[in-house]
Design a protein around this ligand. Structure first.
Ligand SMILES: N[C@@H](CCC(=O)N[C@@H](CS)C(=O)NCC(=O)O)C(=O)O
Length: 213
């Protein structure tokens, strides 16, 4: 199996962390959506990452679809997303907030990386920031509602924690908002717990501007 994409992408990283936690052997192609666009398109016509090339040659894209495949492969008792019931619904709700915030962060990065300075449109960037903070605020409220529980769902780390950790670290490192820690203290504490784990440490990569290579 081959996972294509750089770990500074929260979408790629959540797949890489999940593969480590599920002990799924794979190779990694550290290809950039900027300079390796044509190479990525040979596998995925969309030219996007993450892209997962399976051993039989089938190609999966979209991190949610890839994670669904990985969970299905290991079965419901090891799956990182609860297979059914209220915990699944809650996990999906939190994951949607984290992915939405990450997408709004990605839009801000791309505005600067792929568009010339005279084409940057501040009202659009401001809208993205509002939406990003909307998602982070909801995650902070949910973390607060968990009290002393260390993880978002149940009593062990799962896909909601992985995705929230990847999204938050991406936003912190790619956009460097000054007030992230003071605005979202419980969320920050959760992410620090995540980032201390070997699967997170081994996939951490300093943010790389996609248009800048
Ligand atoms: N919804 C997608 C988002 C993936 C995504 O935005 N990937 C970025 C890298 S962070 C990408 O491929 N960008 C290149 C492009 O869209 O042209 C997923 O969850 O996999």
């Amino acid at each position: 199996m081959l996972l294509i994409g750089m770990f500074d992408s929260p979408f790629v990283r959540r797949v890489a962390i999940s593969m480590r936690l599920l002990d799924i052997d794979h190779e990694h192609a550290d290809w950039s959506v900027g300079k390796d666009f044509d190479r990525i398109r040979q596998y995925n016509p969309l030219g996007r990452v993450p892209t997962l090339v399976l051993d039989d040659g089938a190609v999966l894209s979209e991190s949610a679809a890839i994670l669904d495949y990985l969970d299905d492969r290991v079965g419901p008792t090891r799956a990182l997303l609860p297979a059914t019931g209220p915990q699944r619904r809650e996990a999906l709700r939190q994951i949607a907030m984290a992915m939405g915030a990450a997408e709004k962060g990605r839009e801000q990065v791309y505005e600067r990386a792929f568009r010339p300075p005279d084409k940057h449109y501040e009202p659009w960037l401001e809208r993205c920031r509002t939406q990003m903070h909307g998602g982070l605020g909801e995650l902070e409220r949910y973390c607060a509602s968990r009290g002393a529980q260390p993880w978002l769902i149940g009593d062990s780390l799962g896909q909601a924690d992985i995705t929230v950790g990847c999204a938050y670290t991406f936003l912190r490192e790619a956009l460097r908002p000054v007030d992230l820690v003071t605005r979202y203290p419980r969320l920050t504490a959760l992410v620090e717990r995540c980032e201390a784990m070997p699967a997170f440490k081994s996939t951490h990569m300093a943010f790389f501007t996609p248009g800048g290579q």
